[in-house]
Ligand binder design. Structure first.
Ligand code: AMP
Ligand code: ZN
Length: 114
């Protein structure tokens, strides 16, 4: 199921340290190592899915759970507003090929998305 050479699979397995913020059976949230805002977390499925394009119809509840985890993180950290983003493929700015939501906040967010 999990990819031995995948950085985020190694974080899920505890082989690489991360500052874990939330975890359940299907997903894990941890702090981004290079935060781009005062609060910057990543929410990932524990199962290796390289990009959003690898989610199938059977992953609808997983996709929803990722979004609700982002909402919960924002509430837990007192963020009045925040941004949720997912880069898809190299052309979309994706660097780590284990799908992840970015959750950013802690200051007013401005700027273009693209
Ligand atoms: P993306 O460009 O959407 O693939 O984003 C990958 C994100 O993973 C970047 O924001 C990196 O700072 C973050 N990242 C890379 N390695 C680690 C790590 N070991 N722990 C936490 N975040 C990481
Ligand atoms: Zn992976």
């Amino acid at each position: 199921m999990n990819e031995p050479d995948c950085l985020f699979c190694k974080i899920v397995a505890g082989q690489i340290p991360a500052e874990r913020l939330y975890e359940d059976d299907s997903l894990l949230a941890f702090k981004d190592i290079h935060p781009q805002a005062p609060f910057h977390a990543l929410v990932i499925p524990k199962r290796h899915l390289a990009t959003l394009n690898d989610f199938a119809a059977g992953d609808v509840s997983l996709a929803g759970a990722l979004l609700l985890a982002a909402q919960r993180l924002a509430a837990l950290h007192g963020l009045p507003g925040y941004r949720v983003a997912m880069n898809v493929n190299k052309e979309g700015g994706q660097v780590v090929f284990h799908a992840h939501l970015h959750v950013l906040g802690g200051r007013p967010l401005k700027g273009a998305l693209g």
